[in-house]
Design a protein around this ligand. Structure first.
Ligand code: AMP
Ligand code: MG
Length: 325
């Protein structure tokens, strides 16, 4: 069989073996499921790109067991990186630093910097610690599509495309959307991609100065990403009620203090708080997509720093295919 789902504790030995042999392993993290391979092995990493259909210009995040393993891969471990790692790792924050030669160009889209993270998930940590392998891993879905937050989502996304893939099943991901990405190469941290770690959102939207080739931009930040197959529209509640027609799928927010209404095949309810909302968002998008709705209308969530990452993902999900640059 091309794709196998195995309970994480039963599949751990095999997963570690596979990483050492240059094969692919899908594994749970607290953000989303990753499609991993040995980051030092260019051929293994190339298989990630072909399985996902990911453009070579979109660099990968390298997952490591601890700060020491991260430092080994960093050409320069800055005071900013050191401080953030001490405060937030293991956690849903990715630090971009200068890379060493141990990291092949395919991982970084040819750039001189590498994105590093220690994930806060027992399965991922055990795999990283016991194998000693730094694991390059983007989300375990086809490029542009909604990231997987369960093992079954991975099988649904990649089943037709993977020649040989082991999926470690560690249950549903707690955070539910991708990590916060921070440029830690300079004297002050800069936000490159918002996530549910909200500490840097004051800098959101700030442009990164271009002082030379090595300046980390945020490559791979495609306008359309995290997108279901059908069109997505984010609308204020009133407008949604007015525009809604038969055949539409709807994502609504439960009113604070009220119980969640029963979901139906074309209406999904998400918790009122940002953490709960993020944790359920991708599953809701997938369920509506699978239900065969003609469009997905999303009730616009509140504004504010804690909602930034959610608005970022909804904006990309709602970007029409024709707008992709
Ligand atoms: P994904 O694995 O799909 O969550 O995507 C990883 C994202 O991390 C990329 O799309 C970039 O936005 C970011 N990233 C990875 N490596 C770098 C890097 N060297 N410099 C800046 N951003 C990066
Ligand atoms: Mg992704």
């Amino acid at each position: 069989m091309a794709v196998r789902i195995v309970a994480a504790m039963e599949g751990m030995e095999e997963a570690i073996e596979r990483l050492k042999e240059g094969k692919l392993v899908a594994f749970p993290t607290e953000t989303v499921y990753g499609l991993g391979a040995d980051a030092r092995d260019a051929d293994a990493v190339a298989r990630i790109f072909t399985t996902k259909g990911r453009p070579a210009t979109n660099p990968l995040i390298v997952h490591v067991a601890d700060v020491a393993a991260a430092r080994d891969l960093a050409g320069e471990w800055t005071p900013v990186a050191d401080e953030l790692a001490a405060m937030y790792w293991p956690g849903a924050i990715t630090l971009v630093v200068r890379k060493t030669d141990a990291i092949p160009a395919v991982v970084t889209a040819g750039g001189g910097t590498v994105a590093l993270r220690v994930p806060d998930h027992p399965v991922a940590l055990e795999m990283l610690r016991r194998s000693g392998v730094p694991v390059a891993a983007p989300s375990a879905n086809r490029s542009e599509q909604v990231s997987p937050t369960t093992a079954q989502h991975v099988a649904d996304s990649l089943g037709q495309y993977a020649d040989d893939l082991l999926i470690l099943d560690g249950g549903a991901c707690r955070v539910g959307i991708e990590s916060t990405v921070v440029d830690a190469t300079g004297g002050t941290p800069r936000l490159l991609r918002p996530g549910m770690m909200h500490i840097f959102h004051a800098n959101a939207g700030e442009s990164v100065p271009t002082s030379g080739d090595d300046t980390p931009r945020s490559p791979g930040q495609m306008a359309r990403h995290y997108a279901p197959a059908v069109p997505v529209h984010v609308l204020p509640a009133k407008r949604l009620r007015k525009d809604r027609v038969a055949g539409d799928g709807v994502i609504q927010r439960v009113v604070v203090g009220q119980p969640a209404p029963e979901p139906s095949s074309n209406v999904q309810w998400l918790p009122p708080d940002p953490d709960g909302y993020a944790a359920g968002l991708y599953t809701a998008l997938r369920l509506l997509d699978a239900a065969g709705v003609s469009r997905i209308l999303v009730e616009e969530p509140p504004r504010g720093p804690r909602w930034d990452a959610i608005h970022d993902r909804l904006r990309r999900a709602a970007t029409p295919k024709t707008d992709v640059q």
